[in-house]
Design a protein around this ligand. Structure first.
Ligand SMILES: NC(=O)c1ccc[n+]([C@@H]2O[C@H](COP(=O)([O-])OP(=O)(O)OC[C@H]3O[C@@H](n4cnc5c(N)ncnc54)[C@H](OP(=O)(O)O)[C@@H]3O)[C@@H](O)[C@H]2O)c1
Length: 227
């Protein structure tokens, strides 16, 4: 059974733990600075928990670092003694923290991977990109397999991560903004809010399926002709 450690049981780390534990295929250890978070995961998901990041690293073959970008350095300092050679993969999901910075906080030769997920991971419908350093390449299939439990995962050169983040990382905010504007417009015209919300949510959900099937341009072409 693959031993996976998740450091930081927040929105991204917590979503991953919830989905991975449901498969029964992973030996999971979760660490966090909040005792109540750890209790929630120990009791609700039956995973091992610890307040020591080093212990999580010691107990795991693959470590997901899911803390805020400014906390990554401290976490790397703590787990470093447990990282020897390229056997344990260190996977960071921290936005804007390059692989070179993670390598800099770990012993030479460490297998480092970077995943940029998005908020839709919380409902298992996330989009994520992944890149690895040379030592981390051997771990790519496994890391992709793990993150597939919370959505789609695409390998992408790290130099394109910032551009991808603008698309799929910020994308949900634009869609939510658009949805909110539509709902407000409907309400202004007299549609009850719950009806407006249902119409807009259904429209966005249905359009997402059409986009996957046909792509944006054919949908636009069809609607413009009909209009
Ligand atoms: N949320 C998203 O949609 C999203 C999307 C793409 C990428 N990301 C990236 O994913 C990472 C996690 O984001 P998130 O939204 O899941 O954050 P989050 O909800 O704040 O979760 C992080 C958790 O780690 C805890 N923590 C802080 N320092 C720690 C330490 N030294 N050791 C162990 N645990 C520690 C935090 O506690 P405190 O709250 O006390 O700090 C919190 O419980 C970030 O780097 C972010 O850039 C997030």
């Amino acid at each position: 059974m693959k031993r996976v450690g998740v450091i930081g049981a927040g929105k991204i780390g917590g979503s991953l733990v919830a989905r991975l534990s449901a498969t029964g295929n992973f030996d999971l250890t979760v660490s966090d600075v909040h005792k109540e978070q750890l209790e929630h995961f120990a009791e609700g998901y039956g995973v091992e928990t610890t307040s020591s990041n080093r212990e999580a690293a010691e107990r795991s073959d693959l470590l997901v670092v899911a803390v805020k970008p400014w906390d990554v350095g401290r976490v790397l300092d703590e787990i470093s003694p447990e990282i020897k050679g390229d056997e344990k993969a260190v996977v960071s999901v921290a936005a804007g923290v390059p692989i070179s910075a993670i390598e800099g906080g770990l012993p030479a030769g460490a297998a480092v991977l970077r995943v940029m997920p998005n908020v839709c991971a919380a409902v298992g419908l996330g989009s994520a990109v992944v890149a690895a350093n040379e030592s981390g390449e051997a771990h790519l299939p496994e890391v992709i397999g793990i993150f597939r439990h919370v959505g789609d995962v695409i390998e992408l050169p790290e130099r394109l991560f910032d551009a991808a983040t603008a698309l799929h990382g910020s994308g949900p905010a634009y869609v939510a903004l658009f949805a909110d504007a539509l709902i407000q417009a409907g309400v202004r015209e007299g549609i009850p809010r719950d009806v407006a919300r249902r119409l807009v949510n259904g429209t966005i959900g249905g359009t997402a399926v059409l986009l996957k099937e046909a792509g944006a341009r054919p949908i636009l072409a069809r609607l413009r002709v009909q209009g």
